[in-house]
Design a binder for this molecule. Sequence first.
Ligand code: MG
Ligand code: MG
Length: 252
Amino acid sequence: MIKKKSRDEIKLMKIAGDIVAQVHLAMKDAVKPGVTTAELDELAYDIIKKNKAIPTFKGYRGFPGTICASINDEVVHGIPSDKRILKDGDIIAVDVGATFRGLVGDSAWTYAVGNVSDECKLLLEGTEKALFAAIDKMRAGNTLNDVGGAVEDVAKEYKFGIVRQYGGHGVGRNMHEDPFVFNYRTGDNTILKPGMTIAIEPMLNLGGDAVYEHDDGWTVSTVDKRASAHFEHTILVTEDEPVILTSLSGKQ
Ligand code: MG
Ligand code: MG
């Protein structure tokens, strides 16, 4: 069942979303060669705590970090570590959640570390474009098929692989609520209604679709070892324009 949120719940989700957006603002500056993913994790933790919120991921099914930090061929769920040092030419996806008075904001962004290859630049451009194409479909009366189709179309335009096993999700009092949102057309005719809050999160690959989970039980990587990017925002469906809850401006 898809839960619609009350006005009060939406207010709290906006605060949670703003905290998540602040973490990403800080990441923009902090991501550089020589920095460890543990340092990024600590930075995110401090910002969330300073804002009297809870790091949603920490302890979720035993996950140890505040952020997921996934480098290059890692797709999602990378565990922060003081042994993972960013180097020039890497790309790193940072996924972060904050819970404020019981309500969750969830957002991911992939950052270039120093100078990255042209194909990685294109991967970041295309995956971000897919996110915003999908967000534009988050309108009352549209279906989840429309949302997944928007990601699929951009992936096809760029000839990128689509990660099939992971996708977007309802979010609110829990990080993962109904519905699941595939990043491609599945014929899911679930209709979007005002008050629904859903995280949209395309994961696209320079190579093929296939991914696998590491023995650590978390990190997911591409099978062909080519780079993957992940962009995510938490969106509120309204009678009018979609509202991005995890952006400070509400627009981008
Ligand atoms: Mg996320
Ligand atoms: Mg998510």
